[in-house]
Design a protein around this ligand. Structure first.
Ligand code: MRU
Length: 367
């Protein structure tokens, strides 16, 4: 992604070769700040407080966290301790488990003297693979958008609705749900994106809108409850969201509110697609509603809102009546029956066990 003429990934090895740099996503959309991670604890902190967030980027950060831990102490005990500590940071996105599992299984076979180098190489590989996956998702998703564009009048945009941020900032580059959008836009297919603001943390308004704006993609931020109304009036051609964990049967867990979008899409015959990189598939689970752990976050995310005043200062204010209880489940599960298709790096799949297993047979065997 280009920012002010410079190409960035969301995470990279610093020039000193010993630390890692990230873009602090808690500062968006008001500031673009780079933060250095020196230790495994820095990486764990960055995931926990959501300086980095989004399933693929959480996995990539965890892999670098292991590498930073190995730089401090490359022993077997330190490897296990680092994986354990990083796993505790956030519960829902399965990419965290996937990356740590891969790191532990790979590095335990490497002699401690060369483990640090191997750990950094693995983290770099995970980042490169994430980019390749997202580009493939982008190509497959663009075909869906192009097919809709062919049904429209010349110049009329394809209206895409998305929820949360499954964009460049949620991955290492390109994004999952946004890769088809960026590729379509870059190929002169007219697109317009309805961006759900995504309360309580406003990933849509703060991150997705910022990204799309920097890429020059026409978009409109809407409140989370507007999607159903827009669908009833023919203003949405396709919904594309990301996912934090998808079961072997195609149930999709994503940011809270995604399920309601899928229900509205079903009622209005709007295709509901999920951009799904294969590390986000949890082949051990069959029933998303019952089996996927849903992160419950602090009530202050609901009772408070942060923004920039007209005077330019950043302020946090309370927006809930004093004394009222607040609840904050961060994710929900959309059952496979509401999902039109899964846009993976190996093509667009039906959301069912057979279709997913056929596309990723090697993952089914090892799980
Ligand atoms: O709580 P977050 O901001 O980490 O949640 C992110 C999402 O729900 C994304 O849609 C999901 O991780 C897919 S990102 C490609």
């Amino acid at each position: 992604m280009n920012v002010d003429g410079k190409k960035y990934r969301t995470i990279w090895l610093a020039a000193d070769g010993a630390s890692v740099e990230i873009i602090d996503q808690t500062k968006f959309p008001y500031a673009f700040e780079i933060v250095k991670l020196h230790t495994m604890e820095d990486a764990a902190h960055a995931i926990r407080v959501m300086q980095v967030r989004g399933a693929p980027l959480i996995g990539a950060t965890a892999a670098y966290g292991v590498a930073l831990a190995m730089r401090a102490d490359p022993s077997d005990d330190a490897l296990h301790a680092a994986c354990f500590a990083l796993l505790e940071t956030r519960p829902t996105a399965v990419n965290l488990h996937w990356a740590l599992d891969r790191a532990r299984k790979t590095l335990i076979q490497v002699a401690p003297e060369i483990r640090t180098e191997a750990a950094f190489t693995l983290a770099n590989d995970i980042c490169d693979e994430d980019i390749a996956i997202n580009m493939a998702i982008g190509m497959h998703g663009m075909e869906l958008i192009a097919a809709i564009a062919r049904t429209k009048r010349e110049g009329e945009p394809v209206n895409i609705l998305t929820h949360c941020n499954a964009g460049w900032l949620a991955t290492v580059d390109w994004g999952t749900a946004t890769a088809p959008v960026y590729m379509s836009h870059d190929s002169d297919i007219p697109v317009h994106v309805w961006v759900d603001e995504t309360r309580p943390r406003n990933q849509g308004a703060f991150l997705t809108a910022w990204e799309l704006g920097h890429h020059g993609v026409p978009h409109t931020v809407i409140v989370d409850n507007a999607g159903g109304h827009l669908m009833q009036h023919g203003e949405v051609d396709i919904v594309i969201t990301g996912t934090d964990r998808t079961t072997a049967t195609g149930d999709v867990c994503n940011k809270i509110g995604t399920y309601l979008k899928a229900l509205a899409a079903k009622d209005n015959n709007v295709p509901f697609f999920v951009a799904l990189p294969s590390p986000t598939i949890d082949f051990s689970l069959s029933d998303g509603v019952r089996e996927i752990p849903i992160e419950e976050r602090g009530g202050n995310e609901v009772s408070q809102i942060t923004g920039r005043t007209e005077g330019g200062s950043i302020e946090t204010i309370n927006i809930v009546a004093d004394g009222s209880a607040v609840g904050n489940p961060a994710f929900d599960v959309t059952p496979a029956r509401l999902v039109t298709g899964l846009i993976t790096e190996r093509g667009v799949l039906d959301a069912n066990r057979q279709s997913i297993a056929n596309a990723f047979p090697e993952r089914v065997k090892v799980s």
